[in-house]
Design a protein around this ligand. Structure first.
Ligand code: FSO
Ligand code: SF4
Length: 515
């Protein structure tokens, strides 16, 4: 096996014996085979024509190979067979691609092709969520084929580089599509305080990014005496009017994905995984894990397309939950979390924000966002937020925020200093706010008192980074380490053009960014 797609890759260079994430060599090889077959399908489509079925298939295949999504060889084999059949039906002469060729390529070509491939994996997850709600953008789907064909091609650096940036540009359209899908379906998020106390009685924990699964679970648990708690990236769903109206949507359980093996260990409730970030399931809680959609783990009960959550509901009732209310806290001891500051809310008070900047009450904005992960160096983000000056606003998103989202940072001019914009895909909101601020101050986004301090773990973060670069955003700080798939020459291009750099210490970075 060879895989270097995520931040925790072995030795910072690549997993070759087994995955640090728990991915076994057979699963890794099947995932490569699936991508190779999907490139074959993309070739077939480019010789013929795409269909709704090929679009959905490509999205699903790409999403399935994102880190911490599927550990299940049987479902991967079934997916490969399905992609193969679809390809053969369209154009039997189209050849699959051998991913070994990619891993053995010249390091700069490999680096650029990997950026494209990982970018479309992340983007495919967003396209898939939008698709579930009935929203599609043909430009996004067309790009998946183009990008896949490029990964399997003999293109050189000059041809690949523009496709890397195009990946970012198309992902902006894809995140906009998902934003539209989510807000048109569930309403514009409103600022919402989310309790961390788990009330007594049966409950279900739901994690991942899929709002539609949560909605269906809320419908199916109505009047059953079961409470629902979000986990991880599901936290921002509390802010959507059409979801928060359900009285049994009570609060949030636990922190970010990398703590699940500890946090799920003694909980008298089932956990439903709707998207990624499932870790190898420990025996202590394996009877309580349920998966749905692309998430698959051998031996766990998988809820199929019918979305009948009865097994989860029955498990919850059988386990019964806690006998008394259980007060829980965030990492820093906070008892509640605040979310719901999407572009709708923040731009709704834009005049207030602009006035506070003009009056000198707000001197700087920081976007501290991205994924969480297991590395100890990630304390950087907590310290950064704690040490940021009191006249600064912190915007955040994705699961990295669990390091600091229970901190009370106070307010400026009636606005909370720490504003959670939502899931990783809500980077769209951050971009909207940045563009609006640049408009209000009649300057370039790079001339705003705004700094981006990002954390990455997997492929969605990769594609968001490409989007920011495609918008010409400079001076991004990235941590906890730079990706293994960025070759020295490609890094030089990124540094020369965008001045991207690694995080150092909170003190030094704050001094640099505020200078
Ligand atoms: Fe976190 Fe996982 Fe949203 Fe990622 S839950 S690490 S960037 O999947 O997707 O932020
Ligand atoms: Fe290693 Fe990450 Fe790939 Fe898992 S996803 S095999 S940890 S590089």
């Amino acid at each position: 096996m060879f895989c270097f797609q995520c931040e925790q890759t072995a030795k910072g260079t690549g997993c070759e014996v087994s995955g640090v994430c728990g991915k076994t060599p057979p699963v890794s090889n099947l995932q490569d085979e699936l991508i190779g077959a999907t490139i074959g399908l993309a070739r077939a489509v480019s010789n013929t024509k795409e269909t709704e079925a090929t679009d959905a298939c490509v999205e699903k295949a790409l999403f399935t190979t994102v880190t911490n999504v599927s550990f299940d060889d049987e479902s991967l084999k079934a997916m490969i067979a399905c992609v193969e059949k679809m390809k053969t039906d369209l154009d039997p002469s189209a050849e699959n691609y051998d991913m070994k060729k990619l891993w053995e390529e010249n390091e700069d070509i490999r680096s650029l092709k990997t950026l494209i491939l990982l970018g479309i994996k992340g983007m495919a997850s967003y396209a898939h969520h939008a698709d579930i709600l009935g929203y599609k953008d043909p430009k996004v789907n067309a790009f998946f084929y183009k990008a896949l064909v490029a990964v399997g091609s003999d293109m050189g650096m000059d041809e690949l580089l523009p496709i890397v940036l195009e990946t970012g540009t198309v992902n902006l359209a894809c995140m906009a599509l998902l934003d539209k899908a989510n807000t048109e379906t569930y309403g514009t998020p409103v600022p919402t305080e989310v309790p961390l106390t788990i009330e007594k009685g049966p409950f279900i924990i739901i994690t991942g990014h899929d709002l539609h699964d949560l909605k269906l679970l809320l419908e199916q648990t109505e009047g059953k005496g079961i409470n629902i708690y979000t986990h991880g990236e599901m936290l921002p769903t509390h802010a959507y009017p059409e979801l928060k109206k359900y009285p049994q949507l009570k609060g949030n359980f636990g922190t970010a994905w990398q703590n699940q093996q500890k946090e799920f260990a003694n909980v008298p409730a089932p956990v439903l995984f709707t998207t990624n970030c499932i870790m190898p399931v420990k025996e202590t809680y394996s009877d309580r894990i349920f998966t749905t959609d692309v998430v698959q783990y051998p031996g766990m009960i998988h809820i199929g397309k019918d979305k009948d959550f009865t097994p989860v509901i029955e498990k919850s009732l059988a386990l019964g939950g806690y006998a008394e209310d259980r007060e829980m806290t965030g990492i820093n001891g906070g008892k509640t979390l605040l979310t719901g500051f999407g572009h709708g809310t923040v731009l709704g008070v834009a005049d207030k924000v602009v006035a506070a900047v003009k009056a000198g009450d707000i001197k700087h904005f920081f976007l501290v966002g991205g994924c969480d992960g297991a590395k100890t160096g990630r304390n950087y983000y907590t310290e950064f937020v704690q040490k940021a000056p009191e006249d600064s606003i912190i915007l955040t998103l994705a699961c990295g925020k669990f390091r600091f989202n229970d901190l009370d940072l106070g307010t400026i001019g009636g606005l909370p200093r720490l504003m959670d914009m939502g899931q990783c895909n809500d980077a769209f909101s951050a971009i909207q706010v940045a563009v609006a601020l640049a408009g209000a101050f009649e300057c370039d986004v790079n001339d705003l008192p705004l700094s981006m301090v990002l954390s990455w773990y997997e492929q969605k973060a990769v594609v968001i980074l490409l989007t920011l670069l495609s918008l010409g955003i400079k001076n991004i700080l990235l941590g906890p380490t730079l990706p293994a798939f960025i070759s020295p020459n490609v890094l030089k291009v990124l540094v020369d053009n965008y001045n991207i750099g690694p995080i150092s210490t909170p003190e030094a970075d704050l001094a640099k960014l505020l200078a």
